[in-house]
Design a protein around this ligand. Structure first.
Ligand code: HEC
Ligand code: HEC
Length: 288
């Protein structure tokens, strides 16, 4: 089956329309071996779409769109370059910082005590009366509970800590709440997802809902899920935060982008996370 790819999408991905009239459909996600990490953590990489999501029947992790070689790097933590960041974060977890002279471990014991937390973030925080991403919550603990400085939103140390919290939740189903006090933010994120922006007038949905599974140059377009974040990008040789990825994608549409940590990207993250409700937490994943 060959899908029609709009020329705007091709241009956005760096193609002169003339060099590529046909976009061949990729080898439709030939499920090699299912993803089981370390021979024990079973990862759901595709499942039925959540009820709120009308544009897709089946949701798929970005893992399914990578080459078998890249996929294999996630089967064992010794092969996954993102796990180095997780190890760094384990050290940071036990390091005392700030005026209260506490480490994360002082209050939370082992990181495993927060297993499951990754799966439900972004999440409404009653005390702060805001939707918080994990990064915001980590900075909340640093400033309010430790008397330490907030980290930059996409600082390596921050992304590594998020990777640690993801790693201890791997295999658990993403289950982000979209109702109650989070609903207004969710609606805002949904609107952003479907709004065409930039010189190319492309929305997230134009690429990740209408054109996923198309092979464009080296890029096999995925559904743009975030269950695998932070993602270790082989091209950048580092862990990438969700908002860094968003920034790159918005730039592809030649639009002004938002700042990592901005309310706009928090809303977008909440919405995009909810599109993946039912997939397993998979971070840190490996992507090209
Ligand atoms: C002085 C105690 C204290 C320290 C130190 C501390 N936290 Fe917390 N943390 C809390 C409390 C209390 C909560 C729950 C209340 C809230 O939401 O603020 C919490 C909540 C969290 C949550 C959200 C849990 C959930 O179920 O939603 C995460 C994630 C977290 N902390 C991470 C960290 C990290 C990472 C560090 C170290 C950088 C850290 N915390 C340091 C007290 C602490
Ligand atoms: C012009 C097409 C295009 C548009 C528009 C676009 N993206 Fe992407 N996006 C890509 C490509 C190409 C990749 C890399 C291959 C892949 O994983 O799909 C990607 C990757 C991603 C990923 C990483 C998925 C993973 O598993 O690693 C996320 C998340 C994402 N996009 C979200 C978004 C969001 C949110 C928007 C709207 C703000 C958006 N994208 C708009 C082309 C696009």
């Amino acid at each position: 089956m060959t899908k029609q790819v709009t020329s705007k999408v091709l241009i956005a991905l760096g193609f002169a329309a003339s060099t590529l009239a046909i976009a061949t459909s990729a080898h439709a996600t030939d499920p090699t071996e299912p993803l089981v990490v370390n021979g024990e953590i079973e990862i759901v990489t595709h499942t039925a779409a959540p009820a709120h999501l009308e544009g897709l029947k089946t949701i798929q992790s970005g893992w399914e769109f990578r080459t078998p070689e890249t996929q294999d790097l996630q089967r064992d933590d010794f092969d996954n370059p993102g796990m180095i960041g997780v190890d760094n974060a384990r050290e940071a977890w036990n390091t005392v910082e700030g005026t209260a002279e506490k480490s994360c471990a002082s209050c939370h014991e082992a990181p495993e005590s927060l297993a499951g937390v990754r799966a439900v973030y972004p999440k409404w925080n009653d005390k702060a009366e805001e939707v918080r991403t994990l990064e915001m919550q980590i900075n909340g603990c640093r400033t309010e509970n430790m008397g330490a400085e907030a980290l930059d939103y996409t600082d390596n140390k921050m992304t590594e800590m998020v990777a640690l919290l993801s790693a201890v939740s791997r295999g658990m189903p993403v289950n982000v709440a979209i109702d109650g006090p989070a609903q207004a933010m969710w609606e805002k994120g949904k609107e952003m997802y479907y709004t065409r922006t930039g010189q190319l007038e492309l929305s997230c949905a134009n690429c990740h809902e209408d054109n996923y599974d198309n092979l464009i140059r080296a890029d096999h377009l995925s559904q743009g899920m975030i269950n695998g974040f932070p993602a270790y990008r082989l091209g950048d040789a580092k862990l990438i935060a969700v908002h860094t990825r968003f920034k790159g994608c918005v730039r592809d549409t030649r639009a002004e982008t938002y700042k990592p940590g901005s309310p706009e990207f928090v809303a977008l993250e909440l919405y995009v996370a909810s599109r993946g409700n039912g997939l397993s937490v998979e971070g840190p994943s490996v992507r090209n």
